[in-house]
Write a protein that binds this ligand. Structure first.
Ligand code: AMO
Length: 442
């Protein structure tokens, strides 16, 4: 082979590279350069096809043994699958080829030779277990379905940003190395921070609330959250991506409305994505408003469905499934007991409940939020009644002493949204490099 990938031919970078989907039969006779991976090779004796894959699709490179020089023909025949090549050639209309054209090559440059022992088959003809795919994620991403999942993920994040920016939200970035817990119930990852102990942040909760005291009024953050969940399930990650909002001068109902409108907006954007079909054929934009049921009504429905839950207990996965099957669409569960919601959720006067809500998809929880406590005294009391030390929350409590508006907000799991939207069973499928109980590499 002329170039085994050890020498970078700078000429490639000077010429115009076309994506496979930019070329059509109408360009017949014109010269073009493409670059990509050798997806498949087909040897028909006198005729040899190289299918070259780039981000946008496939291009067929056709070599007629009698018409091309021998060296070029042998080069195409010998190049291992998944090697990276750059090809200069002439376009010719060919109805049977992908995109309706083929490329008659003048020059093939092998930029990087792939080893023969491929860990996966990117054509998807040979299936693989999820663990094997995650171990070789770089290669798994070359397959059509996986690639589209992550382009959709990028589009979902863009849609969320567009929606919130359009509504006057300010995007914030809060620290991920912190000194205190926010979410009771899930454990923290301790880290050593010079001579002190610190933790990876479970949620931007305290910081987004502190920014309400700043007068920013509407803030959002899209960032990782870290949860030291011991269990190994198909919906829990140890590092997840959360969309968090916090809004001043509103009640829980107003942020619930923002949430359902956001969900419908994101679905409507993803529904337009041309690559959606290779991931799912079942995406339907949900109708809003979503049904709202109170926690006590949910408990009653569950008792009816033969899944009794003790008042004050959280819903089990099987309870979530039963309720979801009953309701059959997205819904909110509101007015949760104080005991299972964090200290910052606003209690409802004279009741044992809070103004907190969860957004549910029939299969799983997508988001939770609440009206927040904005009284310094009540917040301090709540922190202490949860057995936490008010002193370690002093930096947060201070923000409530010098003018804190009433406010509400929520946190939405990006991976949960994606898996529910795309009908994907395992949350790890929608994370490039998932972190779970067993997986820290790659
Ligand atoms: P919560 O703890 O319910 O609320 O988290 C919000 C949302 O984040 C997602 N999520 C997870 N996704 C995958 N793996 C995990 N281990 C995981 N943990 C959470 C879920 C969940 O609904 N501070 C509050 C939000 C608020 O009140 O504003 C909070 O963090 O989709």
């Amino acid at each position: 082979m002329r170039n085994e990938g050890n020498v970078v031919n700078m000429k490639l970078f000077g010429r115009n590279r076309s994506y496979s989907n930019e070329i059509t039969a109408e360009h017949s006779g014109e010269p073009v350069s493409i670059a990509g991976w050798v997806h498949e090779k087909r040897d028909l004796g006198g005729l040899f096809f190289l299918l070259v894959r780039d981000r946008e699709g496939l291009a067929q490179v056709t070599l007629h043994k009698r018409e091309v020089d021998r060296e070029l023909f042998e080069q195409a025949r010998k190049v291992p699958r998944e090697s990276v090549v750059a090809i200069d050639g002439i376009i010719k209309g060919e109805p049977k080829a992908p995109g309706g054209y083929e490329l008659l090559p003048k020059r093939i440059e092998v930029l990087s030779v792939a080893s023969y022992d491929l860990p996966l088959d990117p054509t998807g003809k040979v299936g693989a277990e999820l663990d094997t795919r995650l171990d070789a994620r770089f290669m798994d991403l070359r397959s059509e379905r996986t690639k589209h999942i992550f382009i959709i993920r990028s589009q979902v994040l863009k849609a969320i940003r567009d929606f919130l920016n359009e509504r006057g939200f300010i995007e914030i970035n809060t620290p991920k190395i912190v000194s205190a817990a926010t979410e009771g119930g899930t454990a923290l990852f301790p880290i050593s921070y010079f001579e002190r102990e610190a933790f990876l942040n479970q949620s931007p909760q305290l910081y987004k609330q502190m920014l309400i005291a700043s007068g920013f009024d509407k803030v959002f953050e899209i960032a990782p959250i870290f949860r030291a969940e011991e269990h190994d399930t198909t919906k829990h990650l140890n590092e997840a991506m959360s969309v968090d909002i916090e809004v001043a001068f509103v009640s829980a109902e107003e942020v619930m409305r923002i949430l359902e409108e956001l969900i419908a907006f994101v679905y409507s954007k993803v529904a337009l994505y041309p690559g959606l079909d290779s991931v799912t054929t079942q995406l339907e934009v949900p109708k809003i408003p979503f049904q709202r049921i109170r926690y006590d009504e949910a408990i009653e429905l569950l008792a009816d469905a033969g899944e009794p839950i003790e008042w004050g207990d959280d819903l089990s996965t099987s309870a979530e499934h039963k309720l979801g099957a009953r309701i059959g669409a997205h819904y909110f569960i509101t007015e949760w007991p104080r005991a299972i919601k964090p200290f910052y959720a606003q209690p409802i006067e004279d009741k044992e409940t809070t103004n907190a809500f969860d957004l549910m998809h029939p299969r799983l929880e997508l988001a939770s939020g609440s009206q927040r406590v904005h009284s310094y005294e009540l917040l301090k009391q709540n922190i202490e009644s949860k057995g936490l030390s008010a002193a370690s929350f002093a930096f947060y409590l201070d923000a409530f002493r010098y003018g804190m508006p009433p406010h509400a907000g929520w946190g939405l799991g990006v991976e949960r949204l994606l898996m529910s939207m795309l009908g994907i069973e395992n949350v790890r499928e929608v994370v490039l490099f998932p972190r779970d109980r067993r997986r820290l590499v790659p």
